[in-house]
Structure formats: C-alpha cells, structure tokens
Design a binder for this molecule. Structure first.
Ligand SMILES: [Fe+2]
Ligand SMILES: [Fe+2]
Length: 463
C-alpha cells in the first residue's frame, strides 16, 4: 500500500508548492483548457490532443499537421472542441506557449495530449520501440519475480478452516488476540486493507499504459501476462486482511465495505501520462512503500501480542518485496537503454509526488464530522503518528532508489536529462531539511487532535 503525504506533509503548503510543484502555471493552463478539474470526466479533449484514441505512439512526422489542427481548434475563450473561423486564428492564445505549458516534462519531445486536464499519452514512437524491445528481457529477467500459483500462499493458509472441528475455537482465539489491538493500529490496518481491496483500479491503471497494456484481456505477451499475474498475486492481500479483520469483530465491516466501493468507484490519479517510464517509476516507488508499510504493521502486531497477524503482514510484505524488485529491474533496464528519458521520468514523478492509490477513499460520513477533514487526510495522520509510514520513509525510498539505480553515475547526454539528474540527486537532502524545519514547528504547536473513524465505530483517536 503506497502513500504520498500531499496533505499532511509536515511543512507549509507554500514550501511544498515551491519545491515540489515548480510549474503551477502548467496545471492552471491545463485546467483552463479543460474547463474542469482533473479526473472529473472521461471525455477526451480531442481539440487539444489531436491524436487517435489509445494509440499514444505517433511519431514526429505528423506533428506539424497536428499542431495546425490544434491551432484551428482552440477556442479563444479557453473552451474546447469547437472549430472557429480561420480569420480568428491570429486572435487566439499563443499556441506555442500553450503547447509548452501542456507538454510532458518527462517527455518534452512528445506531442501534447490532454485528457481530463492531464497530460496524457506522452510516450513517443521511439520510446515505444524501446519498450517493445524489452520483451525478451521481461521474459528472462523479470517474470521470475512472480511465483507459480502452486508455490504461492493463499489466504486460507492463515485463517481458521471452516471445515475443521476447531473452526469455532480458532475464531475465539483470534478474537481474543485482536482485543489487544489499539484503535489507531486498527485504523492503519483497515486503511492498508481498503487500499489492497481497490485492486481493480490498479489493474485498470496498468492497462492504460501505452506499449505494455493487455489489449485483449488475455494477451499472450509478456507484458499482458505480467499485469494479470501480478494482479492475481496482489488479490490475495486484500482477501486475507479483509477476512482477518471480519473475524476479529473489532471493526465496522459495513462502513469498510462502503469505503471500498466508493474508492473503486472513484479510481485514482497517479499522473503517469499513460507512459510506461512514469508508470514503472511509480510502481517501483509504490511497491517499496507498500513493503515498508506492511512490514511496520506486522512489527506493531507482534508488539501488541498478535503473532498470527504479524506473520500475515510479513507474508504480504514479502510479496511486495518481490514486486518491488521486478519493477525496479525494469527501470534499471530503461536507465540503460534510455538514460535521459528515464532520468526525466524520475524527476517528473518526484515533482508530482507519488500519490497514494487510496487518496480518494471516502466512507460517506467522515467529512461531516470533527474537523471536516477528508478521510484520507486523517488516515495519513494516524499512519504518521503510529510510525507505520512517515515522511522519513517517503524520503528514504527516494534515497534508496537513487542508490539502487546508481543515479549519480548515469551519463545523461541532454541538458534536460542532466538537469533532471541534478534535481533528483539533491532531492533527499532538500526534503530532509524541510522535514526537520516542519517537525520543529509541529513540536512547538503540538496539540493532539481527536479524530473519529467510522471503521472503528467512532471511538476517539488522538493524533
Ligand atoms: Fe499488495
Ligand atoms: Fe504490491
């Protein structure tokens, strides 16, 4: 389960904005073009994209004709999808400036495509060919990080067997063990479980990626097989945590189920532009974040006396560790094949921040209570307070990835690549300085706040 501290990131909003969102103009321009905030509609803004749906792979040859088409279709009011009279073209916004604003920072050589106000389909033809060239590499080096089904654990291996005479006594033992789990711990565990249960969203997200998507739903390509089998492995995580929490009787399952349904219905917004460079950078980060988080919930369960739950969390964390290795290996290969492209992708995802897939979680009641904060915002605070996943973890992951790919030694030939490399290499120290300052500020004003979660029947938690 992954996180990004975009709400409770413990420094001021201004500092975060200045450091991590260096191009707010770009966001503003995209919003004004689309006329609505990101991710509120599935409608494609063809007047700006000028690209066939889903291909995401046009070369530079047709770029000028697309640009002409773009000129002819941008409405001076900022609205879209309406052709205007030719003599009005000169009075329209500066198309070159507009293009610059909507262009992908990770792939500045890609033609601009906007969907729902987001830069999309930024994979160029050349880079798509690189992705296709990696099929043998995937088969030989990466595929082995998935386990054959017969070697995988299943949820039932860790749960009372309903066919056994000991079923009821085993449930009683489980319920006695979980009585010692405090509410803040339960909230974090529920948040982890809810995130795992939104797996349909993550499979959809992987299948938005150009060059690797499973086109038929049963593609015989290594990318298609990877996505399906990765999803099948992940599916066990939510199953197991859900059943364990259900049997514990400590949490409000109906409210949790409402949260899961809302979350899957809302989707997620990782800002990966249908681009595998960005997508695999995102998953490389997220799988490690997930491993850290499940590892910490396991250690806490052991401290609270539930060794069986500690073992469950450790098993899930070990799956995440395999997935982490696989995605990081893909990125390592991309750094080898296209150092500049991958460096820009790394910097781009860091500037955008790594969004937690469950950032749209909603139980239908949380915001109407207490401070009115969003459910995810309060959940992050509890994760931080219980040290399940903290700002330091977020920064450590960036640091780890820099070392994992030996980013400082990679030779970038373009100015954009070198600039991105410089940005990425300096980022952990910059973030640590900001985090230290923010922590000092928080200590000065530290007043514990009461938060209530419907997941634990509104019992008060202080963070
Ligand atoms: Fe998982
Ligand atoms: Fe995972």
């Amino acid at each position: 389960m992954p996180f990004r501290f975009f709400i409770s990131w413990p420094w001021t909003e201004g500092e975060t904005e200045a450091l991590l969102r260096p191009t707010p103009m770009k966001v503003q321009a995209m919003r004004s073009l689309s006329g609505k905030p990101a991710c509120t509609s599935s409608r494609r803004f063809s007047s700006v994209s000028c690209r066939a749906t889903g291909s995401g792979s046009e070369g530079a040859s047709s770029y000028s004709s697309r640009r002409e088409s773009m000129k002819a279709s941008i409405n001076p009011s900022g609205a879209r999808s309406r052709l205007v009279a030719p003599n009005a073209i000169e009075a329209r916004p500066d198309v070159e400036a507009l293009e610059k604003l909507v262009r992908s920072e990770a792939a500045p050589d890609a033609s601009p495509v906007l969907i729902c106000g987001q830069v999309s389909h930024s994979l160029t033809k050349e880079r798509e060919e690189i992705i296709h060239s990696m099929e043998d590499f995937m088969e030989e080096k990466v595929y082995k990080y998935l386990k054959p089904v017969e070697k995988c654990w299943q949820a039932q291996d860790f749960l009372p067997d309903p066919a056994s005479e000991d079923f009821i006594p085993e449930i009683q033992a489980l319920r006695e063990r979980t009585l010692a789990l405090p509410d803040d711990y339960l909230v974090v565990l529920v948040g982890d479980m809810v995130t795992e249960e939104a797996l349909p969203t993550y499979m959809s997200m992987l299948n938005t990626i150009d060059g690797t998507r499973d086109e038929t739903g049963s593609d015989d390509t290594v990318w298609g097989k990877w996505t399906r089998e990765w999803t099948a492995e992940e599916n066990r995580h939510g199953d197991l945590l859900n059943k364990y929490l259900y049997l514990s009787g400590r949490v409000d399952m109906r409210q949790i189920e409402v949260t899961i349904q809302n979350l899957i219905g809302s989707g997620m917004c990782p800002k990966t532009e249908n681009n595998p460079y960005l997508g695999f950078m995102y998953t490389s980060f997220q799988e490690r974040a997930t491993k850290v988080s499940h590892g910490n919930t396991g250690r806490s369960a052991a401290k609270h006396g539930d060794q069986a739950l500690a073992n469950i969390c450790a098993q899930i964390a070990s799956d995440e560790a395999r997935h982490e290795k696989a995605y990081q290996l893909i990125c390592e290969e991309l750094f080898r094949l296209d150092p500049d492209g991958m460096m820009m992708a790394f910097a781009d995802m860091m500037k955008k921040q790594i969004v937690m897939p469950a950032h749209m979680m909603d139980d239908g009641v949380h915001t109407s209570r207490g401070s009115g904060a969003a459910l995810f915002e309060d959940f992050e605070k509890v994760a931080y307070a219980t040290e399940t996943y903290t700002t330091a973890d977020y920064i450590d992951i960036i640091d780890y990835l820099i070392k994992r790919w030996d980013v400082e030694s990679i030779k970038c030939s373009s100015a954009d690549g070198q600039k991105s490399q410089d940005y990425v290499c300096k980022l952990p120290n910059r973030l640590r300085r900001l985090a230290e300052r923010a922590e000092k500020r928080m200590k000065k004003t530290a007043n514990k706040q009461e938060v209530k979660f419907s997941w634990v029947y509104d019992r008060p938690i202080f963070v």
